[in-house]
Design a protein around this ligand. Structure first.
Ligand SMILES: [Zn+2]
Length: 129
């Protein structure tokens, strides 16, 4: 299930974020399903020509910012699941643009976006979110 299925007050959520995160998040002009991407301008995992997934440290431990924000809304995401950026904007941390999926599903979706729905993997798995 996508986070947009939950009632999230994005403004309220944003305000509740640590200040050191807020200064790094810029609301993009790019809208997905009517909401702007929350683009992270800071440390990232370097993928996609340096526009990779947002990273930061919490108590000395490296974490993905988009995943941490999603978990603030939806609760802990088990390690075997990954976050799919439905907006296809890797630095985006807007939980309404994210969905929890299996690694296999994420690979399938990436392939489907590149190669069409009949790409490398043809199976979609239900996940408990
Ligand atoms: Zn986005």
């Amino acid at each position: 299930m996508a986070a947009d299925g939950m009632s999230i007050d994005l403004d309220e959520l944003f305000e509740s974020l640590p200040n050191r995160w807020k200064v790094r998040i810029k609301f993009s002009a790019h809208l997905f399903e009517g909401f702007p991407c929350w683009e992270w301008h800071g440390w990232n995992d370097g993928k996609d020509n340096g526009r990779g997934h947002a990273k930061t440290k919490i108590q000395g431990k490296a974490v993905y910012v988009h995943r941490a924000i999603y978990e603030m809304v939806a609760g802990d995401v088990p390690a075997e699941y990954v976050m799919d950026h439905r907006c296809e904007n890797m630095p985006c941390c807007n939980p309404k643009h994210l969905e929890v999926v299996t690694v296999r599903e994420n690979t399938y979706r990436g392939g489907a976006r590149l190669f069409g729905p009949n790409g490398a993997y043809g199976e979609s798995e239900e996940v408990p979110f």
